[in-house]
Design a binder for this molecule. Structure first.
Ligand code: TRP
Length: 514
């Protein structure tokens, strides 16, 4: 059983107390909270639809089983065994690999999280707009022109959009208020409220949307398998990337979260549960997305293919359009956007924690002050994405960080742990504390299979990068914004790892040697 009782803080060798989850169930909810995010709701649905409906589930599940869950076990196991946030855990694997941990938490915190919170802020705006369907008869013009005031080039920054800025203040405040209270009183309690709320609201949306006229046609488009599509290598590449992003792998988050587990912790079972709950949620939420699209297509007499759109367009254009046609659409819309806000915030807090925890582990600063500083910096960093060029910046930064940051960290992580660490020791440790036992197959996946798959994805990405500028942007914007964001976070990571350890935490060793 992993859902057992109240666990106390454990004193480590240095005498510094490391906070612990109140229960393993609380840890599981927090990991699920990090995993389930904006990506589960719109990215997954759209991918499933465009990659052969039900047939997409084949590559998706294969990716989950061969890379997602094994890597999640690795990250949980590493955080638990080495007892540290990503930089500390990597330092204790090999001191010269500490930078990898710093890089992960830095580019996710001061890259991905900055625009991620702006998207959550849009969702908060749209939550409010839902009540009187403010987008009117042309949601496309409303979103891009009136709301974003979108400029036509990343260099034309224009002004800050006031409603977005206002919502952003609220969202960063909520992030701060949760993480400030700590692991147990803040993050754990927030997820204990957020996760049941999210599941409940999503269930309301799914059952409500299934009752709409035309829902069946939408579900049919969502799930009818078109097996001819899975012969295309792109489908496999995207399935692996989606699993990576959706499980927060390579973010340094799962390592930090697992470091707050007590000595006895069911590592592999938690990873399996997190993986299945996260993917199950995506699949389930997809029903609400597609029933609504089916309804809209039917009521407008159009084929489904004409009403679906990609990611951002799906949530902020196609969905509002449908809401205007639907009886009770304003209420449905409010629930939908609230789900996005809740799913988003529970992901965002996880990186704030992972970053803060990295600094505390190394420099021993006061945690509360640090959370405040990190959130204030995060807030200021987000502002660029609230400008008229915000969406363009977001698109470029997202492209570079999720394609190059996460994949490179993933490869390095597997090679480091698989080849330069006694992976057998880690496996034995995980097996000792877990109910699900790992065989040598797990080592094979970590040492050979996952780095190979990620290597193929990376080469494909680099190839398409150089053959054509991404998204039709100018090379100058791509290099100055995208590439330099990657490089800047890398420099910061090296600076952090070059500083001397102010705490005694860097003593080598871990739980398996106790
Ligand atoms: N897994 C999340 C999703 O699918 C993404 C995510 C997790 C994230 N943690 C994060 C994004 C921290 C930004 C910051 O959407």
């Amino acid at each position: 059983m992993i859902f057992h009782g109240h666990l106390n803080r454990e004193k480590r060798g240095t005498g510094v107390e490391r906070e612990q989850w109140k229960s393993q169930f609380g840890f599981l909810l927090a990991a699920v909270g990090s995993a389930i995010g904006l990506g589960n709701i719109w990215r997954f649905s759209y991918m499933a639809y465009s990659y052969g409906g039900g047939a997409f589930l084949v590559p998706y599940v294969v990716a989950l089983l061969t890379a997602g869950i094994p890597l999640l076990i690795l990250e949980f196991g590493l955080g638990h065994e080495r007892i540290g946030s990503a930089p500390l855990a990597y330092h204790k694997v090999r001191p010269n690999s500490e930078w990898l941990g710093w890089w992960a938490v830095t580019f996710v915190m001061f890259g991905i999280d900055l625009y991620y919170n702006v998207i959550i802020a849009w969702c908060l705006n749209f939550f409010a707009y839902s009540f009187n369907l403010s987008w009117g008869s042309d949601p496309n013009a409303f979103f891009f022109k009136e709301f974003l005031g979108l400029s036509d080039a990343p260099s034309k920054i224009g002004g800050i959009r006031t409603p977005i800025f206002g919502a952003l203040c609220v969202i960063w405040f909520v992030n701060w208020a949760i993480v400030y209270r700590g692991v147990r009183k803040g993050i754990e309690i927030a997820n204990r409220i957020f996760m049941p709320l999210l599941f409940l609201l999503t269930a309301v949306l799914v059952f409500w949307s299934l009752s709409l006229e035309g829902a069946g046609a939408g579900i049919k488009a969502y799930l009818t398998p078109d097996f001819s599509k899975i012969a295309d290598p792109r489908v496999w590449i995207d399935a692996y990337s989606q699993i990576f992003f959706t499980l927060s792998l390579g973010f340094g988050i799962m390592i930090a979260y697992a470091s707050y587990l007590p000595k006895k912790a069911n590592i592999s079972k938690s990873a399996v549960l997190t993986g299945f709950i996260n993917s199950g949620y995506s699949l389930f939420a997809g029903f609400a997305v597609f029933s609504v699209l089916g309804f809209m297509a039917t009521s407008q007499g159009k084929p489904i293919s004409e009403v679906v759109s990609q990611s951002i367009g799906l949530a902020f254009v196609a969905y509002p359009k449908a809401l205007s046609l639907m009886p009770g659409g304003n209420f449905f819309g409010a629930i939908f956007f609230l789900c996005l806000v809740v799913a988003g915030v529970s992901s965002s807090i996880s990186i704030i924690e992972a970053f803060t925890s990295a600094i505390v582990d190394k420099f021993g600063y006061d945690r509360k002050n640090l959370v405040t500083i990190v959130c204030v910096l995060g807030f200021f960093g987000s502002i660029i994405f609230t400008t008229q060029a915000g969406l363009l910046w977001l698109d470029i930064v997202d492209h570079f960080l999720t394609h190059y940051g996460l994949i490179v960290v993933g490869i390095a992580e597997c090679i480091l742990v698989g080849w330069f660490f006694r992976i057998r020791v880690l496996r034995n440790h995980i097996n000792k504390v877990s109910t699900i036992q790992l065989g040598t197959w797990w080592e094979v996946l970590i040492k050979y299979f996952i780095p190979l798959v990620l290597g193929v994805i990376l080469s494909g990405d680099i190839y398409s990068e150089v053959s054509k500028p991404y998204g039709g942007y100018s090379w100058t914007s791509l290099l100055l914004i995208g590439r330099d964001w990657v490089i800047l976070t890398l420099i910061v990571a090296f600076l952090f790892s070059a500083r001397p350890w102010k705490t005694g935490n860097n003593k080598m060793g871990g739980r398996s040697e106790e």
